[in-house]
Design a protein around this ligand. Structure first.
Ligand code: ATP
Length: 238
C-alpha cells in the first residue's frame, strides 16, 4: 500500500492514520509494533479488508502466481463481494486469544476453513500440519483442555489451514508467557519461510520481534491540535 489514510472520530476528537508505504513479500515476516492507541487495530482492519480507506494512492494484493487485486479500486466501487472472497480465500487470522470454536475438537477447528472454502484433502493436511507444530496428539481434544501455548499453536494452524497467502496475527502471544511467546514468534517466522507465506504480526512488544522479523514498522504519533491526533506508520531502521 502507498499513501493510505484512515480517519476515526469519536465525541469531538479525531485520529488519523497515514501509511506512506507498507509492503510484504512471500516468505517475509513483518512486525508492526506500537503502543496502545497508536493505530495498530486500525491498520489491521485495513489489511484485513474490513475497513475502507479514506484515501489510497495504491493498495494492491499481488500474489506469487501473478493473481492481482486492486483493493483501492474494489473499495471505491464498494465491491463487498469481491473483498469478502479475497478475505475468505487468501487471508488468515491469528487472534490474541486463539478464537477457536469451543464446541469443536482441534481436528474440526482446523478443518473448518478448508470446508468453508470447499478444499479437498483436509484430513491429511491437518495431520501433517499438526505434526509439524507438535500438536498431533491434541487433535481429538476440545480447546478448553489445551495449555495456552498449545491453543495458540492450534490457532496459528487454523489460520494457515486453507493455505492463505497473507496471514495477519494480532498480538498472537498476548495469552502466553515470555518463553512461549518467543517460540510462537519463531514458529511464525519459519512458517513464512518454509511455506512462502507473507505474515504480518502486530504487537506492542518490540523485544519479542526485533531479532526475528525481516522488517519492522512503527508509528510516530503527534498531537496536531487539542482534539486531533496524527499517527504515521513507517518502516523502522533498527
Ligand atoms: N470505531 C472507532 N471509532 C472512533 N475512534 C476509534 C475507533 N476505533 C479506534 N478509535 C480510535 O483510534 C485510535 C487508534 O485506535 P486503535 O484501536 O487502532 O489503536 P491500537 O494501537 O490498536 O490500540 P490497542 O493496542 O490499545 O488495541 C484511538 O485513539 C482510538 O480511540
Amino acid at each position: 500500500m502507498q499513501q493510505v489514510v484512515k480517519s476515526r472520530s469519536h465525541a469531538g476528537s479525531s485520529f488519523q492514520l497515514v501509511v506512506p508505504e507498507l509492503s510484504v513479500s512471500p516468505g517475509e515476516f513483518v512486525a508492526v509494533v506500537g503502543e496502545s492507541g497508536c493505530g495498530k487495530s486500525t491498520l489491521l482492519d485495513l489489511l484485513a479488508l474490513i475497513s475502507k480507506p479514506d484515501a489510497a494512492d495504491c493498495y494492491r494484493l499481488v500474489f506469487a502466481d501473478s493473481e492481482q487485486h486492486d483493493v483501492a479500486d474494489l473499495w471505491s466501487r464498494n465491491d463487498e463481494y469481491a473483498l469478502a472472497s479475497i478475505r475468505r480465500q487468501h487471508l488468515g487470522y491469528v487472534l490474541q486469544t486463539g478464537g477457536l470454536l469451543p464446541y469443536l475438537n482441534v481436528r474440526d477447528n482446523l478443518l473448518l476453513p478448508m470446508r468453508i472454502n470447499r478444499l479437498p484433502g483436509g484430513s491429511k493436511r491437518v495431520k501433517e500440519m499438526a505434526e509439524r507444530m507438535g500438536v498431533a496428539d491434541c487433535l481429538n481434544r476440545l480447546p478448553e483442555s489445551l495449555s495456552g501455548g498449545q491453543r495458540q499453536r492450534v490457532a496459528i494452524l487454523r489460520a494457515l489451514s486453507h493455505s492463505p497467502r497473507l496471514v495477519l496475527a494480532d498480538e498472537p502471544t498476548a495469552a502466553v508467557d515470555k518463553r512461549r511467546a518467543r517460540l510462537i514468534v519463531q514458529d511464525l517466522r519459519s512458517l513464512a519461510r518454509d511455506e512462502g507465506l507473507s505474515i504480518i504480526m502486530v504487537t506492542h512488544d518490540l523485544d519479542l520481534v526485533h531479532e526475528v522479523a525481516d522488517r519492522t514498522y512503527g508509528f510516530e504519533v503527534s498531537q496536531v491540535s487539542e482534539n486531533e491526533t496524527l499517527s504515521i506508520c513507517s518502516q523502522e531502521v533498527l
